[in-house]
Structures are given as C-alpha cells and as structure tokens.
Design a protein around this ligand. Sequence first.
Ligand code: KG4
Ligand code: ZN
Length: 348
Amino acid sequence: MVTVLAIETSCDETAVAIVNDREVLSSVVSSQIAAHQPYGGIVPEVASRQHVEIVNAAIAQALQEAALDWNAIDGIAATCAPGLVGALLVGLTTAKTLALLHQKPLIGVHHLEGHIYASYLTATDLQPPFLCLLVSGGHTSLIYVKDCGYYETLGQTRDDAVGEAFDKVARLMHLGYPGGPVIDRLAQQGNPKAFSLPEGQVSLTNGGFHRYDSSFSGLKTAVLRLTQKLEQETETLPINDIAASFQATVAKALTKRAIACALDYGLTTIAVGGGVAANSGLRQHLQAAAQPYNLRVLFPPLQFCTDNAAMIACAAADHLNRGHTSPLTLGAQSRMAIADVMQLYIHM
Ligand code: KG4
Ligand code: ZN
C-alpha cells in the first residue's frame, strides 16, 4: 500500500489529489472554465498562467483535507503526457521540485492511463484484462487494458474526438462552452427520434467498415446543415430535439463499437472513462445494450469522469507498488501513444 500525491495540469483544470492505492484521501479540482469562456474555448497560454497561480494552493488544500504532512507521502506524481505542453510543464516541474525537496520518488503518468484508472477508484475489485471506452475532449478510443502499463488501442476516431463534437455542436447552436454538459441537459427534455442523423461509419478501402473506429465530423456537419435549414423554416430552433437526436446518435455509435470489440476479444468488462463518460445518454444506452450479453459496464462517478488528479494518483500508486518510478529528467510531451507508457519508467 502506498500513499501518492498527484498533480494534473494537462488542460484546463488544476487538480491535486492524494490516494492510498485505490482510496481517495483528498481530491481538489479547480476549474478554469470561467477564464476561457470569453474565448469560446481553451487558450493554452491562459491555461498555463492559471496553473502557476493555483497549483501551490491546491497542493496545500489537498494535504490539509487528507490531514497529512509530507512524511506520509510515499511518491509524487504528475501528468506528463499528452496535453498542452506549457500546462503539463507547470504540474511536472512542481512535482519534480517537491520530489527533490522531500526526497520522494517521482512518477510521471500518461493522462489516458489516468482516465482508465478512474474506474479503479470505485470498482475496487476491478482487475485487468478489460476494455476501456475512453471518451474525452481530445480522445475517443477503445483500449485493451492488459495490465498496469500495458495497453493496446483497438479503435479510435478518424477525425473529431467525441467531446470535441459535443463542444462544436454546442457552439454552432450558440450554447456556449463546454458543450457536453449543456447538450446533455437539453437532450433530457427532447425527443431523440425527432431527427435522423448519420452515425459516421469509417469505410475500409476494400469494402466493409472498420468495426471499432469512429468518425464524428460528418455528424457535426449534418447537425450544422439541419440547424441552418430549420433556422430558415422556423422561428424558434427546436434545440432540445436537436440535442437529443445528436446525443442518441453518438451514444448508439459508441455503444455498437464497444460491445462488438468486447465480444470479439472475449472481454467481460467495459470500463468507460473521460469527460463524455458523464453523459446521461451514453450511460443509459450502453448499460441497457450490454445487459443481454452479460457484460459488466462501469462508469466512474461524475467527479472522476472529467479531469481530476485522483485518477492520476491511482495510476501512479499502481506503478509505484510495482517499483516503476520516473527519472527527474522526465519531459512533458504533447503527444504520446498509450502503448508507450512504460517508457516513462525506470525498470527495476
Ligand atoms: O476528460 P475531459 O475532462 O478532458 C479531456 O481530457 O479532454 O473531457 C472534457 C470533455 C469536453 O469536451 C466536455 O464537453 C465533455 O468532456 N463532457 C461531456 C459531458 N461532460 C463533459 N460530454 C457529454 N456529456 C456530458 N455530460
Ligand atoms: Zn482528460
């Protein structure tokens, strides 16, 4: 059993958490949404500056809420890839400094591995192998979780990530940023069958379809065309019905691929992670569709779906328990395949 303090600054949340293996002792998340809202999206430079201003206070708060001091911490972790490099550097440099100062091991964590570990925080009996459906603002992937540090991507989006599609559709309906939670709320008042939208299959060159890959840019364009047409025909746009139809199409597309993939690979658990795992339409649709196949579907609680540091600390704790630590020369990387996670560690 190890106690790890982790810092997550890969995007627009400054988060610090302390966990003991899978038990969350404290989790502080400071959202920057208000700072980015005037720009309608995330501005990397603004994100880095906000992280610098907030990170020390968030660390102090996490220690205070857990009622621990540095003596009780076995390792210090930070997200080091993928993400906005300037933003990642703030958290990683802070973690390195603290590791050096307090003579603790450093554990760099891949952000997507963190999202996978969100499921371990509540399903404490969960063990690999299982399938992770990772749906966030930057990624839409089906990941075969073989063991701690060992992953294979079986499917991904060919264009927009699903969270990005939610954000773009919200923007074109003038609903503000971030779009996912707003669309989710409106969709609950709308008719999901009101409009028929394309699911966006990815063709193989030799006919047929990539079973696990997805595409959301065509769906986004279809919503744009539909909105433009309705704006000309009606005075008030039926935004609830558009949101519900869009959300149902996304839920169906993701569910179909996740279930086919789990069955093909003989995996009996689908753990969903990332901000879009908070989506009520996806939650309902996937749970219901998986039942006839006896597949176990896990959705983390909402606060662990969107970016947080508890999931990063949980992944780091598993690595530390196995003797995986990172060198102080570890760098931040904007892109990194999840298959390369073990490159972050010194093998002992
Ligand atoms: O995982 P996350 O917090 O950050 C990334 O690593 O990208 O995901 C953020 C994404 C945003 O695109 C946001 O619109 C989406 O998750 N999101 C949702 C919901 N809550 C957040 N999408 C659909 N329904 C939601 N309830
Ligand atoms: Zn994320």
